[in-house]
Structures are given as C-alpha cells and as structure tokens.
Design a protein around this ligand. Structure first.
Ligand code: SF4
Length: 216
C-alpha cells in the first residue's frame, strides 16, 4: 500500500497572482509551513512555524472547493517537505495549471515536469546567497522562471552578472523585483532600461491591491 502523504500547511487561500508571468490570474495558493532559510527581507516569516497537518486527499478537496483552475504551491520553502513533489503531481493529475515558488536552495529535479518552477536566486543582501543551488539552473526549461529580489545597486550588479554567466535568458524568463521599502521600483526600472536588460521587471501586485495583509 502506498504511504499516506501529509502536508504541513500554513494556509490555503484564493487571491490574484502578484508575481511571475502569471501575474493577474485568479489563483489558489497553498502555502506550506517551514523554511530553513532566513532571508533578511522575508515577508512570510509567519509561515516558518505552525499551520496544520492535512492529508493530501483533504488538501485536494480544499483546493477544488474554490473552483479555480490555477494553483500555486508556495511557502516558506515548499520543497523542504518530502510530500511536496507528490502534492504537485496530484494537482497536475487533477488538471490544474500548477506553479511552484521555491527559494532555490533545494534540488528541483524531483518536481513534476508539468509544473512551472519559479526559482529564486538569492543575491548577497538577502543574507542567504551561499544557499543558492547553482546545479538547478541547467534543469530549467522555458516554462520555468528565475527570480531575483534586489535590495540595492550591488544586488542589481550581482544579478546582472549571474544572468550573463549562466545565460539565463536562453533558458527561461528572468524576473527582477525590488525589495519593498528598500529599493525604489522606479530606480530599478531606470537601471534595467539604461542597460537594455532583457528581463521582466515586476512589483508585487497583491501588495498593491491589499498591502501586507495575510491570506491575500
Ligand atoms: S526562502 Fe522565502 S520563505 Fe524562506 S526566508 Fe527566504 S523569502 Fe522567506
């Protein structure tokens, strides 16, 4: 008999996707509990602990109740839970369009290929750049995305060098975001334009809509 899959879940909620190429789409979010990283500017520290243990089948029922075809599995760090790949595959099998938001420290190889993997690359100001798993980058394909969250000019220069060195534009869309309250979005936009950088700039649409409200 197959081993039962349980997930530790911080929250399940319906919102507008605020990041990535899926920005603007009504999306069901499954936020899994726990993360071994401590990015200095993390905005979901409440997900580090707590939550509730939910069986995979029950979680699928909760998602189905929203009546929405797009699902994002996020965290915390979803891949820190061993049941996460099974959850992702089950969601794909149910016919959802599925994305995964991961901090980039874990191996993404076990993730179902139908999933769009959104992989952070942590710049120095995050305090966690030593945890970047560079071996993930050759695994990326055009329906994945990489995301840099940037706190200042030094982070921006570091990210530009990483894009060039790993030829990330040839692999998948590249996202640049400002750390809210630290890097002026207009400043980031001007740097990108001045450098003619082929990246997609994003601000967090859900924060424009709802501020830092939890469950949005
Ligand atoms: S990886 Fe994500 S959840 Fe974990 S500390 Fe960094 S920003 Fe927060």
């Amino acid at each position: 008999m197959a081993e039962a899959v349980n997930l530790r879940v911080s929250e399940v909620f319906l919102s507008i996707q605020g990041e990535t190429s899926r920005t603007g789409l009504p999306t069901v979010f499954i936020r899994l509990t726990g993360c071994p990283l401590r990015c200095r500017w993390c905005d979901t520290t409440y997900s580090f602990q707590g939550g509730e243990t939910i069986a995979l089948e029950e979680l699928l029922q909760q998602v189905a109740a929203f009546g929405i075809g797009t699902v994002c599995v996020t965290g915390g760090e979803p891949l820190a839970q061993k049941g996460c790949p099974a959850l992702l595959t089950a969601l794909c099998d149910e016919g959802y369009s599925v994305s995964l938001e991961t901090g980039g420290a874990y191996d993404i190889a076990a993730v179902d290929p139908r999933v769009s993997r959104i992989v952070d690359i942590k710049p120095p100001e995050s305090g966690e750049s030593e945890r970047n798993r560079w071996d993930n980058l050759p695994l990326l394909n055009p329906h994945d995305e990489v995301k840099f969250v940037l706190a200042n000019r030094a982070d921006y220069d570091w990210a530009c060098a990483a894009v060039r060195q790993h030829e990330l534009n040839a692999r998948c869309p590249v996202l640049f975001s400002p750390v809210q309250g630290e890097l002026d979005p207009q400043q980031l936009a001007e740097w990108i334009l001045a450098d003619r950088l082929p990246v997609r700039m994003q601000v967090q649409l859900h924060k424009v809509l709802w501020g830092n409200a939890r469950g949005k």
